[in-house]
Design a binder for this molecule. Structure first.
Ligand SMILES: *Cc1c(COP(=O)(O)O)cnc(C)c1O
Length: 397
């Protein structure tokens, strides 16, 4: 699979480059994840508009972005959070408030009582889990739902992110659906998209309605999961709004969306410094930011992050292979060209690093975790959290 670049919002990118000219990137420690409050707010306004026009309720999927320093801000716009397990649910309850939804492929007996104390909606992945935990969930006052698998793949070549692929463990297929066991369930949940536009949602909803639409009357809600790239410039928001309105009107249900990426898309950066440069058949620069530790999706998806002021290899004057400070040979971010030679101390700013970054980083090789920084709407910079040796040591024994 070829690395690809996430589509960037050109207007925002220009704003960022203008700000860069004023050198605010020079004022933060490196490496650091810098979330830009204004860029985040512009995403939140788009999501708020979708909520108002469609009548849907939108939740933050914390799996993608859990910077709880900004939860009070996000809570001014969205209806709540969704969690992949107990810890995210607790975080949502403690720091965000509002609605807390949870989905897990299988719940643990030793966590379930605590899950009940923090969750409003509990989504089950199978009828056996519903049988095992449903009574307790209902007794605790939770609304219960079932994740279904509409068996409609809309992503090509991304098996890693396709819950509708062969032998998927995620969601109940029509063949496994037991229509005599729905009593007590108040909704259905599906999550099948990844970085997709509204056309893929329409295709999915059609497949869903064909197999499962007959079970919606009598239900209170339908949760359409995440993967909707709503805040991307080319996203067809009108089509999304029409689709949601039709579902609400046809079935008399509340529609939930739970995007992660769309909330903080293009709203954060990873600011790094060059530590050394070498030459071995080509120019190489070693950075204080690592693909393996600090942006694992660059290797896992894989994808090519944008760097402010850079070009494709060969496009600008000098081309470098950028690598991290670990001893992993494959800790390579990619090849980029620049207008001038890189030197130790130079800063490189990676774009779109708010999502799936802080939540996935690690201290492999004992590499320090990037600081978490907020570039506030009032122009001040707040270092929210710095990490050190103790954070590395505390996860080991
Ligand atoms: C990953 C996930 C999300 C969020 O997906 P994004 O691609 O970040 O929008 C929402 N719901 C569920 C169940 C998920 O697994």
């Amino acid at each position: 699979m070829d690395p690809y670049t996430r589509k960037q919002n050109i207007e925002e990118q220009k704003a960022v480059e203008a700000e860069n000219a004023e050198n605010w990137f020079d004022r933060v420690p490196t490496p650091s994840y810098v979330v830009d409050e204004n860029l985040l707010i512009s995403n939140l306004k788009i999501l708020q508009d979708v909520q108002e026009q469609s009548g849907a309720k939108i939740l933050l999927a914390q799996k993608a972005f859990s910077m709880f320093r900004v939860y009070p801000l996000i809570a001014q716009y969205l209806c709540g959070t969704t969690a992949s397990g107990l810890y995210e649910a607790k975080l949502g309850r403690e720091e965000f408030g509002k609605e807390v939804h949870i989905f897990s492929p299988a719940y643990r007996e030793d966590e379930f009582d605590e899950i009940l104390t923090v969750s409003d909606h509990i989504i089950f992945n199978s009828f056996s889990q519903w049988d095992k935990f449903g009574k307790r969930a209902l007794a605790a006052g939770a609304e219960c739902g079932l994740r279904i698998n509409p068996e409609c793949s809309t992503q090509e070549g991304h098996g890693m992110y396709d819950p509708c692929g062969p032998y998927s463990r995620l969601g109940v297929t029509r063949a496994n659906f037991k229509q005599d066991r729905l009593k007590g369930l108040s909704g259905l949940h599906l999550h099948t998209l990844c970085e997709q536009n509204a056309d893929a949602l329409v295709t999915t909803v059609e497949a869903f309605e064909k197999s499962f639409g007959q079970f919606l009357p009598g239900m209170k809600w339908l949760n359409l999961g995440g993967g909707h790239h709503i805040t991307r410039e080319d996203y067809d928001r009108e089509l999304l709004i029409r689709t949601i309105k039709r579902l609400r009107e046809t079935y008399g249900i509340t529609v939930y969306l739970e995007p992660g990426e769309a909330v903080a898309l293009n709203a954060g950066f990873l600011v790094s410094s060059v530590l050394d440069t070498l030459h071995n058949g080509m120019n190489i620069a070693i950075l204080d930011a690592s693909a393996a530790c600090h942006m694992p999706d660059v290797l896992e998806v894989p994808y090519r992050p944008r760097i402010v002021g850079s070009g494709q290899p060969g496009e600008k004057k000098t081309t470098y292979r950028l690598g991290g400070p670990t001893c992993l040979a494959g800790d390579i971010i990619g090849d980029y060209s620049f207008d001038r030679a890189l030197n130790p101390g130079d800063r490189l700013v990676f774009c779109d690093m708010a999502i799936y970054s802080m939540v996935k980083n690690n201290t492999f090789n004992g590499i320090r975790l990037p600081d978490i920084v907020l570039n506030k709407a009032d122009g001040t910079i707040e270092t929210v959290r710095s990490f050190g040796y103790e954070d590395f040591k505390n996860r080991l024994s």
